[in-house]
Every structure is written in structure tokens, then in C-alpha cells.
Design a protein around this ligand. Structure first.
Ligand SMILES: [Mg+2]
Length: 238
């Protein structure tokens, strides 16, 4: 554990989910493959569709609606509607097709393997502090056994703009009834988690699980209070 700034008294912790509490990379990779296969098999018109074509539709939608990226689930759903309409589906058929595809997506998206270390650490911390999850993604921690550790879960889209914007940090502080400086946010991303938390007045912990150097990475903007390489190190705060 590295200390870059003095930590002051903590009253709560907030957590990023993906790549902070579990390795999300294999989940996303498999989910993307399975979602593509679903479309190819379900819709004969899309038998040849590639993932780059899907990404083009998403990019096009973002051009039309620049703020849609804050809600990754809605962005994906609307992209599917647009894609299906282009195959000649009516709006209603396209919406139904997109909803079905999103159910399949959610199934794969939630096949997350949570390390035992994460359970042990959250369990120990939750006995002492209120814990909150703040995510830009669409994983549902209740499906893979993490939901009960958190007082509440904030998601970009429904609960405000995505990190690093302050919306969800402000919401967490307000809902907890605690000042931002008494809350430690823990996350793997130097922009959305570390810079976002610091600019919102939170204390920040960077989880550096891939042995990167804070002094060498290009996305380093603001120094966190602490850096850890394993989640279990947080138990030393108890
Ligand atoms: Mg993350």
C-alpha cells in the first residue's frame, strides 16, 4: 500500500465494480461474442454482421445523441432498435427484438466470477462502514452475490451522468448523509474513479492490479490518497 496524501477519518466507502471487485475483461469479451452470435442466429438478415458494424451503429447513435453514453444499457438497446429498423422491422418489432437481445446480453453480462478475497474484504468492511457501489457499467451485483454488501448501488444513466462527472459522487454523499471528504472511493480507473472522486471532494484509493506505475501512465491526472495492488489491503483500514 502506498500513501500519497494523508487519509483523514473515514465514515464510508464507495466502490467501482468492474475491474475493481472482479476481473471484468473476460466477462466483456465473452458477452460481446455471445451477443453477436445471438443476433446472427436470431435474425437471418444479420447472419453476416460483424462486431465492428455494431460499433459503427453505436457511434452513429452517439453522434445523434451525444449524452447517451452516460447510460450504457440504453445506448446498447437503442443501437439495436436502430439496427433492426434498418433491416426492415417496424419500430415495435425492432423494440421487441432489442428487448430480447438485451435479456440475452444481461444473462452473459452477469456471469461474473467473484474472488473469495472480494467477499472477505467487503464482508469485513461492511461490518464497520456503510458501503456503496458506483458504476458506469451495467453489471448487476445482486445477480452474482455482491449486492447485499452495499447500502445502495448507483448507476450512470438512471442516477446521473457517468463518472468522472460528480453526479453520482454527490448523490452518494447526500444519500449517506456524510460529507464527501469522509468517504473513500475505491476504483481501478485513474480518470473516472480517482480524478472523479477527488474533484467531488472524496478521498480516493487506486487499485492497481496490473502493476502499472502511477508516474508513468498517461491517464494519471491527480494523485490518489492511497494505491493498493490487492483489495484485501483495505482491511488494514479497519
Ligand atoms: Mg472499473
Amino acid at each position: 500500500m502506498h500513501f500519497y496524501r494523508p487519509l483523514t477519518a473515514l465514515k464510508a466507502l464507495t466502490f467501482d465494480l468492474d475491474d475493481t471487485l472482479y476481473d471484468n475483461r473476460p466477462v466483456i469479451q465473452r458477452t460481446e461474442q455471445e451477443s453477436l452470435a445471438y443476433l446472427q442466429n436470431k435474425h437471418p438478415e444479420l447472419r453476416e454482421i460483424t462486431s465492428s458494424e455494431l460499433h459503427l451503429v453505436r457511434a452513429e447513435l452517439r453522434e445523434q445523441e451525444p449524452e447517451i453514453y452516460h447510460d450504457v444499457t440504453e445506448w446498447r438497446r437503442c443501437s439495436l432498435v436502430l439496427l433492426l429498423q434498418r433491416q426492415g422491422y417496424s419500430l415495435q418489432q425492432a423494440q421487441q427484438g432489442a428487448d430480447d437481445a438485451m435479456d440475452d446480453f444481461a444473462h452473459w453480462r452477469s456471469k461474473v466470477e467473484v474472488p473469495q478475497e472480494t467477499h472477505q474484504t467487503l464482508q469485513a468492511l461492511a461490518e464497520r462502514f456503510p458501503l456503496v457501489a458506483i458504476t458506469n457499467g451495467n453489471a448487476d451485483p445482486h445477480v452474482f452475490g455482491l449486492g447485499h454488501y452495499f447500502q445502495f448501488i448507483l448507476r450512470s444513466g438512471p442516477d446521473g451522468r457517468s463518472k468522472p462527472f460528480s453526479d453520482m459522487y454527490d448523490n452518494a454523499s447526500r444519500l449517506l448523509g456524510l460529507s464527501p471528504e469522509s468517504i473513500l472511493h475505491v476504483g481501478d480507473d485513474l480518470t473516472t474513479d480517482v480524478a472523479g472522486a477527488l474533484r467531488s471532494g472524496f478521498q480516493a484509493c487506486w487499485i492497481n492490479d496490473r502493476d502499472r506505475s502511477l508516474m508513468a501512465v498517461s491517464d494519471s491526472r491527480l494523485l490518489p490518497h492511497i494505491e493498493i495492488s490487492r483489495l484485501a489491503s483495505l482491511q488494514s483500514l479497519l
